[in-house]
Design a protein around this ligand. Structure first.
Ligand code: AMP
Length: 398
């Protein structure tokens, strides 16, 4: 079956068409600046040229219409007609406590996702708009919703509760949900597969280090803790998000800088993280690595602080699981920044970790980067959220 995977943001839309039998990506692309002047679609068929077209996209329906047009284009398309697309899998950011699994989308599901909008005001409404646009253009194609939060729903109460008045949990469902669940699930399973060990027997820590970053603890095939919280702002230092801070800093800064809560939240989400910590050098680890090698003090401080925080979470999750067998690095930074992996692993001597430096320099493959015989195995596993969404969709649609 050919599955269209859609990841819809407020002004962007990423897509991939995946053949579920061969698990090959047939075409992929991105719509940017939806609803904003200068919108464009980028489309790349497998083995073909990337094409970029600037064209008006007043809304998501038009964006999806253009995606479907590109996929069926007689010259560069990869399907003859839309009938060849057997199902659509949608990434949905927040499923609250309602969705511990992926689901087939129907009216009831749409209403339940809408109820989670408060928990993810930037993401869920955009996801819903994308689903609605798809349903309008492909009314008889089955659609699945795959939630970023679902994999983490197995966390025990002691991991997901905050030390806040319990009434806030009862009234507003304030608790840890966690995100990047599709990636944490895919990578932890894949690690077990590559090692040839039963997933259900392993204690795995996944470090998803991308522009957004999170760590999870997966014990016997179930997530038992993760670093992102009610929102994706908690946990590790990220590209532009602060991660964990003393909550009192918010009031302190608001007074000192004369800013509103909304303005401070913008600072924490958009101007902090490695971008802020490096005094605006960059949010991109390629620049930070270059800076580190030049001896730039902003880059050195940032690389070291970022890595230290990852190592602290690994320590915490080793404690949460009473041990760890496998540590996985994934996502843009985790897969491509050997220096970060080195810095993090320097803290892991107590787990018997010793890196194989040659393996650590490799890219783009599932690989063990510790020397043979280490008590704890460290791996790089490239994530593939689109493939995981396609697999879930096929499992549901049958
Ligand atoms: P993601 O959110 O998983 O797409 O990750 C994006 C981030 O990965 C970028 O902002 C960079 O910081 C980082 N990244 C991507 N490629 C490289 C690379 N070759 N070396 C170091 N960092 C990289």
């Amino acid at each position: 079956m050919k599955v269209l995977v859609i990841n819809c943001g407020s002004s962007s839309l990423k897509f991939q068409l995946i053949d579920s039998e061969s698990e090959q990506c047939l075409a992929k692309g991105l719509c940017e600046r939806i609803g904003i002047e200068g919108s464009m679609i980028t489309y790349t068929p497998d083995g073909g040229e990337k094409e970029k077209t600037v064209t008006p996209m007043p809304d998501h329906t038009e964006a999806i219409r253009l995606v479907l047009e590109a996929l069926t284009n007689p010259k560069t398309g990869v399907v003859r007609s839309l009938d060849e697309i057997g199902a659509v899998g949608h990434r949905v950011v927040h499923g609250g406590e309602k969705f511990a699994q992926s689901v087939i989308i129907d009216e009831e599901v749409m209403a339940a996702v809408e109820e989670c909008n408060d928990l993810a005001p930037l993401h869920n409404p955009a996801n819903l708009i994308g689903i609605n646009a798809c349903r309008k253009l492909m009314p008889s194609t089955p659609m699945a919703g795959v939630f970023d939060t679902a994999f983490h729903q197995t966390m025990p109460e002691e991991a997901y509760m905050y030390g806040l008045p319990y009434a806030y949990y009862q009234k507003y469902k304030i608790r840890r949900y966690g995100f990047h669940g599709t990636s944490h699930s895919y990578v932890s399973r894949r690690a077990a597969e590559v090692l040839g060990k039963p997933y259900e027997d392993l204690k795995i820590i996944v470090c998803h280090l991308g522009n957004g970053a999170s760590v999870s603890a997966v014990k016997n095939g179930k997530c038992v803790d993760t670093s992102m919280g009610l929102t994706p702002l908690e946990g590790l230092i990220m590209g532009t998000r602060s991660g964990d801070i003393d909550p009192a800093i918010i009031e302190f800064l608001a007074h000192k800088e004369g800013k509103s809560i909304d303005e401070i939240m913008t600072v924490l989400n958009k101007k902090s993280g490695v971008l802020g910590l490096s005094d605006n050098l960059s949010s991109d680890f390629r620049d930070l690595e270059d800076g580190y090698h030049r001896g730039d003090e902003n880059a050195v401080r940032t690389m070291k602080t970022f890595s230290y925080h990852v190592a602290k979470y690994i320590g915490a999750y080793t404690a949460a699981m009473n041990g760890v067998d496998v540590i996985c690095f994934t996502a843009g930074v985790g897969e491509n920044a050997p220096l970060v992996r080195n810095f993090v692993c320097e803290y892991l001597g107590y787990l018997g970790v010793e890196l194989d430096q040659e393996a650590n320099r490799k890219r783009g493959e599932d690989i063990v980067i510790t020397v043979p015989g280490c008590r704890t195995t460290v791996m790089v596993i490239p994530t593939n959220e689109e493939l995981a969404i396609a697999r879930e969709t096929v499992r549901l649609v049958g």
